[in-house]
Design a protein. Structure first.
Length: 305
């Protein structure tokens, strides 16, 4: 009788484990936010549910069985997307075994983005209310800035990011945070965007779309070359301003996959396309849906947006 009860319990536990495994494999997965790069949309340490059917289910083991997606549907601009690392330390690591990143998609296949030399999207466009920018102010005003930040509840989370060559202090604020800080300061401190103090030479970058040629220019040759080598699996190199593919100079290149451009909310965080370039479609896992493990009160099961 006692053995019968244990058998029932083992079957119940085994059935539950199988159910969880099936749900995680076929429907949703979970990840924890490893850094502050997506604040204030997502906070470091939060657990997030990701829908595996958001863009169609990527079938398991694409590195072994090839890339296939059931019920494919398009990514929308502004989605917060979970994806595998497009540029791992060991390129031989299968896609499904690579670490994961989570960022906001700001460039769809075929889009033209205006990027500066740091590969940061320019044009003063608000990618989301939580998108952050860097601001600089005189170091002599640090005490007043500290007092304002404490009053607004932005401390201790908002720390100094860097210093300018002339002794200015640099902090990162979202658009809304900057509005609140500006209202409190009432003009007592000159707080200006850091971008206004540095060169903003920008160029158009086309996000590759499957079977659509992308022209090669001096400013995008290296980025295209890296994408061709990593994800198109062809020999390529850049000499001067010229892109060579399989030993031949090319003025344009037609990609075999759709690609995306991902950006963090916080420009300080480099775990986005500024670091690893275009993200190919076969690396996408799904869209972030809900917060199941909040880092702050009132965020349990809050929709990610």
């Amino acid at each position: 009788m006692r053995n019968g009860r244990w058998l029932v319990w083992l079957k119940a536990i085994g059935g539950a484990l199988v159910a969880v495994l099936l749900v995680k494999t076929l429907f949703v997965t979970s990840c924890f936010i490893p850094s502050s790069g997506m604040e204030n949309s997502l906070y470091q340490g939060e657990g997030v549910l990701v829908g595996k059917w958001s863009y169609g289910l990527r079938l398991p083991f694409p590195s072994l069985l090839g890339y296939h997606r059931l019920g494919a549907s398009p990514v929308e601009r502004g989605d917060i997307v979970l994806f595998n690392n497009p540029n791992p330390a060991n390129p031989e690591t299968g896609i499904e075994w690579r670490e994961v990143f989570i960022s906001r998609c700001v460039g769809l296949p075929g889009d033209t983005l205006s990027l500066n030399r740091a590969l940061t999207v320019t044009g003063n466009q608000a990618l989301s209310p939580d998108s952050k920018a860097l601001y600089v102010y005189p170091s002599s005003s640090e005490d007043l800035m500290q007092a304002v930040l404490e009053t607004l509840g932005l401390l201790p989370g908002n720390t100094l990011v860097s210093y300018t060559s002339d002794g200015g202090y640099v902090r990162s604020f979202s658009h809304y945070e900057f509005y609140l800080v500006s209202q409190k300061l009432e003009g007592r401190i000159p707080v200006v965007p850091l971008d206004s103090r540095i060169s903003q030479e920008t160029h158009p970058f086309v996000v590759p779309r499957k079977q659509v040629p992308v022209k090669v220019y001096p400013w995008n040759a290296v980025l295209l070359c890296n994408t061709i080598v990593r994800h198109e699996h062809k020999q390529a190199g850049v000499q001067g301003d010229t892109l060579y593919v399989e030993g031949r100079p090319v003025g344009e290149y037609t990609f075999s996959k759709d690609y995306y451009w991902m950006a963090s909310n916080d420009p300080v965080n480099l775990s986005d396309s500024r670091l690893f370039g275009f993200v190919p479609e076969d690396h996408l896992i799904g869209r972030a849906l809900r917060i199941w493990y909040p880092a702050r009160k009132g965020r349990f099961l809050q929709r990610v947006q």
